[in-house]
Design a protein around this ligand. Structure first.
Ligand SMILES: [Zn+2]
Length: 80
């Protein structure tokens, strides 16, 4: 499906910003709803971050998302 939604990795309630590009990813409505309804999975796979998350956690979350999307071979490289 087309990406129509902006998902905040760290929610505004947790101190994240929807105007900070590094905090936002594009999702389709179905995936966005699913992630919102499954926060434990979303956190494990790098789609949600805790309030205390900093630069290192953002990079780790991106690696988790890439690993989930593209497979293990891209998951153990250097930070992009
Ligand atoms: Zn989707």
């Amino acid at each position: 499906m087309h990406a129509t939604d902006v998902h905040e990795l760290k929610t505004r309630a947790r101190g994240g910003s929807i105007t900070e590009l590094s905090n936002c990813i594009a999702l389709c409505r179905g995936c966005h709803s699913w992630i919102t309804e499954h926060p434990a999975w979303a956190t494990a796979k790098g789609f949600m971050l805790h309030a205390t998350a900093g630069e290192a956690e953002y990079r780790a979350a991106e690696r988790e998302r890439m690993r989930w999307l593209y497979g293990e071979e891209l998951g153990d490289g250097e930070d992009a």
